[in-house]
Design a protein around this ligand. Structure first.
Ligand SMILES: [Zn+2]
Ligand SMILES: [Zn+2]
Length: 367
């Protein structure tokens, strides 16, 4: 019953929050039109107004050509970079039509009574679990490939979030730490496998029928982020002992890189990722396997991307509708007491804990 109510209620709250975010963004832009560079550093808090120079006609012509080429390159970068999002949902989107999964997987593999008994414990059939982990792996591979391409300057010159620049490190070292840290992907894999095989998920999660309702996927992402927000605030504020034992290890990164996303402590992962995941499943108990898969893969991709040391080509559009960006999460890593939300800006804006990256002087002004 709670889940039946939480689905439309969450979407309604989000629609209102999204409207608030767009109004705030519009207000901020109109205010910035009258801004001047800082008198001591000459640095703009936001991009200087377009067309405000006193350039002559002859200097404006090549400038216009350069601007056009720049826009073209920017568009190409945006399109190529954004492939990371469809890649993250490729497995559920391609396999969720009945004609696709019925042809590939015989009914006995999908039948929830077709599990096995191991050591006296009845286990659910693992097909949905294997496909779900596969979807997350595809999303992670796309994310890592995108990050590699950016470091190789194959998608233009990446813009570091922080003015002091991105951290220097070998890609292979970053990748191995991302894959191997036990509190990250290994712990998540254990949670996903345990809850699935032992039948601890709501019954509908084992169903292959019904396709993908993207509203339900969005609802899961919103609830996950809201519960994670609450857990995050709790870890920071309950006591210094709780903070030290749980979240402090993740905060040793004041200038994080993409591969730090899951690097913290096991307690931190349990409180801030696993607890919200389990709660969300029971608050939205009507998801099927494809919706669960889409939610999980998008969540893992997004959480990784907001730790990137570089801003992303979609960030301006994301911030306008209240979606979290790398710069927004860098604010939290730099200042600690703002931007507790990860995927969305709504909770911080509603509860007064939001700080715009443009107001942080140590960040580059166009992130
Ligand atoms: Zn973080
Ligand atoms: Zn924190």
């Amino acid at each position: 019953m709670i889940g039946d109510l939480s689905y439309p209620a969450t979407l309604a709250i989000t629609a209102v929050s999204c409207g608030v975010c767009m109004v705030q963004a519009a207000c901020r832009e109109s205010r910035s039109e009258g801004q001047a560079p800082d008198s001591t550093t000459g640095v703009w808090d936001s991009a200087p107004p377009a067309g405000g120079s006193s350039a002559t006609l002859s200097s404006k012509v090549p400038a216009a050509v350069a601007a056009s080429a720049g826009r073209e390159a920017g568009l190409r970068e945006l399109v190529l970079a954004s492939l990371v999002w469809p890649a993250s949902v490729a497995v559920p989107v391609l396999l969720s039509p009945a004609a696709a999964y019925a042809r590939l997987f015989p009914a006995r593999l999908r039948d929830e009574r077709g599990g096995v008994v191991v050591g006296g414990v009845a286990l659910r059939p693992p097909l949905g679990l294997a496909l779900g982990i596969g979807a997350v792996v595809v999303g992670q591979l796309a994310t890592i490939g995108y990050h590699w391409a950016r470091r190789q300057r194959l998608l233009g010159e990446p813009r570091p979030v922080q003015a002091k620049g991105a951290r220097e490190y070998a890609f292979s070292e970053g990748l191995s730490s991302h894959v191997a840290n036990p509190e990250g992907l290994l712990m998540l894999g254990g949670y996903l496998s345990g809850t699935w095989l032992l039948g601890k998920m709501p019954a509908s999660y084992y169903s292959f029928e019904g396709g993908i309702d993207w509203g339900r996927v969005l609802c899961c992402l919103l609830l996950q982020d809201l519960i994670q927000y609450a857990a995050h605030v709790g870890e920071h504020s309950i006591s210094s002992w709780v903070y030290r034992k749980s979240h402090k290890p993740h905060h040793r990164f004041t200038n994080p890189r993409l591969f730090d996303a899951f690097n913290g402590s096991m307690t931190d992962t349990a409180l801030m990722i696993l607890l919200p995941l389990y709660s969300t499943a029971w608050l939205v108990p009507s998801c099927n396997v494809w919706e669960y898969m889409s939610f999980g893969s998008l969540y893992s991709t997004w959480l990784t991307l907001i730790h990137s040391e570089y801003s992303h080509p979609w960030d301006a559009a994301f911030r306008r509708i209240g979606f979290g960006t790398a710069a927004d999460h860098h604010v939290h890593h730099a200042l600690f007491c703002f931007n507790y939300g990860h995927l969305f800006l709504y909770w911080d804006r509603l509860l007064g804990t939001y700080r715009d990256p443009k107001d942080v002087r140590k960040f580059n002004n166009d992130v």
